[in-house]
Ligand binder design. Structure first.
Ligand code: TMP
Length: 216
């Protein structure tokens, strides 16, 4: 037998409501992996390919009433299909790691728990689009709604379609993520995002070290 054993890359996702600090944490984890010599791709959803970024523009701009939850689920899933097939799956197969700012749990929460679509319908749609692919670990950043929204007001440009939803929607998003963290407790880690940025980063990188990098 010939051939060198090449482990499949690790698939790590970051989730949470608005202003929870996901993007900052993804960047800090990227620096950590760089120092460890890990080959990774930093990406996001909706987005991550040129086609998926075009779909993102449709989703995150305009008034909240521009699309209903069903259209949002279809657009997010279409963009995910493109992203998975062109970027995520090929990278994992080559042994590269993926750091992804939002993934499937965002659809389950924003369009499902908060948006009113049945979770079973979203599961069928997902199976059709991407099969059974799942992250190896998901970090869910939890923050009170008012605090998160106050953070986004300080930085946000034109991508504010979801931030402009009513407070009840954002509360439902927070509860939805907490529910996922509980139901998928093997895969998900719920983190208190009101803690200092460095504390949250340290917790995340310690978990990654322990789970995936014992020897590095
Ligand atoms: P971002 O601001 O974290 O980049 O995410 C863009 C917005 O898209 C955010 O408000 C959450 C929303 N979203 C969904 O509603 N469903 C999804 O499946 C994804 C990936 C994002």
């Amino acid at each position: 037998m010939t051939g060198v054993y090449q482990p499949r890359g690790r698939f790590i996702t970051f989730e949470g409501g608005e202003g929870a600090g996901k993007s900052t944490q993804v960047r800090s984890v990227a620096i950590f992996l760089e120092r460890k010599g890990i080959d990774f791709v930093l990406t996001r959803e909706p987005g991550g390919t040129s086609g998926a970024e075009a779909i993102r523009e449709l989703l995150v701009t305009g008034s909240p009433a521009r699309w209903d939850s069903t259209v949002e689920a279809l657009l997010n899933t279409a963009s995910r299909r493109d992203h998975v097939e062109r970027v995520i799956r090929p990278a994992l197969e080559k042994g590269r790691w993926i750091l992804c700012d939002r993934f499937l749990d965002s659809t389950m929460v924003y369009q499902g728990y908060a948006g009113g679509i049945q979770i079973a319908d979203l599961e069928r749609l997902t199976a059709f689009a991407i099969g059974t692919l799942k992250p190896d670990i998901t970090f869910i950043l939890d923050i009170p709604v008012a605090e998160g929204l106050a953070r986004t007001k300080r930085r946000r440009g034109h991508e504010n379609r979801f931030e402009n939803r009513e407070d009840e929607f954002h509360e439902a998003v927070r509860i939805g993520f907490q529910k996922i963290a509980q139901r998928a407790s093997q895969r998900c880690v719920l983190l208190d995002a009101t803690q200092p940025e460095e504390t949250v980063t340290h917790r995340i990188t310690s978990i990654i070290q322990e789970k995936f990098l014992i020897d590095v």
